[in-house]
Design a protein around this ligand. Structure first.
Ligand code: PLP
Length: 382
């Protein structure tokens, strides 16, 4: 093939061999992937309809059901990070004009509001200060006032470190004939979750928080009432890529091509979920709780406090109050540059007031807690 054009060399930079620093990722995500997960990602590829890959898909689905404690048939990893499954959860269940009630007590509640609106929902909000949670009475009052088709709540608010109690919520939702949709991005694999016992209709998560897998897939599950709503839609799902009536034909028995599954990311997720099953949910939840308490006790010894009441405090994400007169950003920068430790600052209402510290999955270990505490002690001079 000859051409009269000459190649423009402007963008042909000489990039060095990849060499990223050994960061300890103790922020709100991503967390460090487990070494076995990183190893799995490099496994040779097969095609996305290869019989061995189909077997792997079944294993991923079954292990996701274990992690979530659900029997939902439609349980799959969506292609994309947590926000992809978040968007899929709404795109598939919201029909234009549906009232969607969102509990907003942090940043991710606001994102649900934004997304639901984009799919034509009549969005209503109930609010709590960031760091607090909704009581059953709060939720009942919201359902009574707004009569929504869907109630959306964030189980683990990564922006605040609060854990929304879910027991009893589904009974209210049945009473008011609405679906219960839950964000479990920072709880799956780190915080007790009993989707079926709690009566959750729709839930989604991400791979890069308590599952210790790189970002790139996002688990989604729809229970029978949500599937029925999907099957009886009057309008098409307004997002082709995330349309579960199409995607579920690939993950179901038909194995119909929709889009190419991210093969190696599914290897990674399988290994991450295999680690969850090996450890067992009870042990894993207890480990997250014990290491979080070690951290909270260490903070208290340094005269520091947590933003969230102990009764609703997430073990996977702690918001630490920034002491008077301390420059939060400067401390986070020194942790990164001097100790290779990443933590994050506050968002929205909590900007400048808290640090966000994640102890998620593989990173939830005593040695990481002690390292962070001693680095903080040095930097803060305590
Ligand atoms: C991280 C997170 C998301 C979004 O996930 P991405 O992987 O960043 O797209 C959604 N909800 C919560 C609660 C999260 O913590």
């Amino acid at each position: 093939m000859s051409t009269s054009h000459s190649v423009n060399e402007k963008h042909r930079i000489s990039a060095g061999q990849l060499d990223m620093p050994p960061r300890l990722l103790l922020g709100p995500g991503p967390s460090n992937a487990h070494p076995r997960v990183l190893q799995a990602i490099g496994m040779r590829q097969v095609g996305h309809l290869d019989p061995t890959f189909v077997g792997l898909m079944n294993e991923v689905q079954e292990l996701l059901r274990y992690a979530w404690q659900t029997d939902n048939q439609l349980t799959i990893p969506v292609s994309g990070t947590g926000s992809a499954a978040m968007e899929a959860s709404l795109a598939n269940t919201v029909e234009p004009g549906d009232t969607v009630l969102v509990g907003v007590n942090g940043y991710f509640g606001l994102r649900l509001v934004d997304m639901a609106g984009r799919y034509g929902a009549n969005v209503r909000q109930i609010e709590k200060p960031w760091g607090q949670v909704f009581s059953l009475d709060d939720l009942k009052a919201g359902l009574e006032a707004h009569r929504p088709a869907i109630l959306a709540l964030v189980h683990a608010e990564t922006s605040t470190g609060a854990c929304q109690p879910l027991e009893g919520v589904a009974d209210l939702c049945r009473q008011y004939d609405c679906l219960l949709l839950i964000d479990t991005v920072t709880s799956l694999g780190g915080v007790p979750l009993f989707l079926d016992e709690w009566g959750v209709d729709v839930a989604y998560s991400g791979t890069q928080k308590c599952l210790s897998c790189p970002p790139g897939l996002s688990p989604l599950t729809l229970g029978p009432r949500a599937v029925e709503k999907l099957q009886n839609r009057k309008s098409q799902v307004a997002n082709w890529y995330l349309d579960m009536s199409l995607v579920s034909k690939y993950w179901g028995s038909a194995r119909t091509y929709h889009h190419t599954a991210p093969i190696n990311m599914n290897y990674a997720l399988r290994e991450a979920l295999r680690l969850v099953a090996e450890e067992g949910l009870e042990a894993r939840w207890a480990r997250h709780q014990a290491n979080a308490e070690l951290f909270w006790n260490g903070l208290a010894e340094m005269g520091m406090s947590c933003h969230v009441d102990a009764a609703y405090r997430l073990p996977s994400l702690t918001t630490v109050r920034v002491p008077e007169g301390v420059d939060a950003k400067a401390v986070a920068q020194r942790l990164l540059s001097e100790y290779n430790i990443e933590i994050a600052g506050g968002l929205g209402q909590l900007a400048g007031q808290v640090w966000r510290v994640g102890l998620m999955g593989f990173n939830s270990r005593p040695e990481n807690v002690l390292l962070l505490l001693s680095a903080l002690k040095k930097i803060l001079g305590r």
